[in-house]
Design a binder for this molecule. Structure first.
Ligand code: SAM
Length: 265
């Protein structure tokens, strides 16, 4: 499967994507009553932004992702962070029914999906997850801010224009971070029998030019990256477009949509 998260994109993702605030993990512990006895599954784990901090709060985590280059970064991040309780698995949402066989129905405290649900068949997934999780456990759909070129600020608008010119296509995809997607996920979670809640953490950050360029490169499919000889010109184009709008302030809205399984299942 070629999704575009390989090679340099995995490197950029690891280097430039922000982690999630601790409050998000606190909310998961509270909603699902997670303890040091629990097992978690992080689906679409990428370079481990959710997996590694989650591992500090449960007994073990299974990090699942179809892209070996993303998993290689995640494994290194876990080793560097001293997390020895994570099993890394090459796989997709389509493997969740098989995971039920491996781990056992009712065995999992939480299945997390960070910025990855838009790649998955969420209706089928939520149904499969409802059998995998223990009573009172559930599923958490996380988003970590709006794509850099889709925000309401002047620098973001300028970045959007610059990318559309460079790539020759409108940059419309919100990657599941928009309210319309969240509403679809809410409906789907409720239809699978979960009790749905929304949690939100907001904070303000300031980016430098390198983080803006790195963030953009981490979000392009690998076959659309500017080739290495064109990178300096690409950076110059972005600088030229956004510099008049410095500082590059980002109001980050992190959301967790939680679906809790009935505690008397
Ligand atoms: C934008 S990254 C998110 C990484 C991390 N979870 C985070 O929150 O930052 C999306 C990840 O989903 C993975 N992915 C894509 N399709 C998938 C699928 N069908 N099942 C599981 N993971 C998938 C990609 O390989 C990629 O690593």
């Amino acid at each position: 499967m070629a999704l575009g998260f390989s090679g340099e994109v995995a490197d950029f993702y690891h280097r430039y994507r922000r982690g999630y605030p601790a409050e998000v993990f606190d909310a998961l512990v509270e909603v699902f009553g997670l303890t040091a006895d629990d097992v978690a599954v992080d689906l679409g784990c990428g370079t481990g932004q959710v997996t590694v901090p989650l591992a500090a709060r449960v007994r073990a985590v299974v990090g699942v992702d179809p892209e070996p280059d993303m998993l290689a970064h995640a494994r290194r991040a876990a080793e560097e962070g001293g997390a020895a309780n994570i099993a890394w698995v090459v796989g997709t949402d389509a493997d969740v029914p098989a995971l039920r066989g491996v781990l056992g129905d009712g065995s999992v405290g939480v299945v997390t999906i960070g910025q990855a649900l838009h790649w998955m068949r969420h209706d089928d997934l939520f149904r499969a997850v409802s059998s995998l999780v223990r009573p009172g456990g559930g599923v958490a759909v996380l988003t970590n801010g709006t794509p850099l070129w889709q925000q309401g600020s002047d620098w973001s608008r300028a970045l959007r224009g610059c990318l559309e010119e460079w790539l020759g296509t409108p940059s419309g995809h919100a990657c599941g971070t928009d309210e319309e997607s969240r509403n679809r996920y809410r409906t789907s979670l409720a239809a699978a029998g979960f009790e749905v809640r929304t949690h939100e953490v907001r904070y303000r950050g300031t980016l430098d030019l390198e983080s803006v360029v790195g963030g953009v490169l981490s979000a392009l499919p690998v076959d659309r990256l500017p080739p290495p000889p064109d990178r300096a010109a690409f950076t110059d184009r972005v600088r030229h477009a956004i510099e008049p709008h410095a500082p590059f302030i980002e109001d980050v809205r992190v959301t967790a949509l939680t679906g809790r399984a009935n505690s008397t299942n």
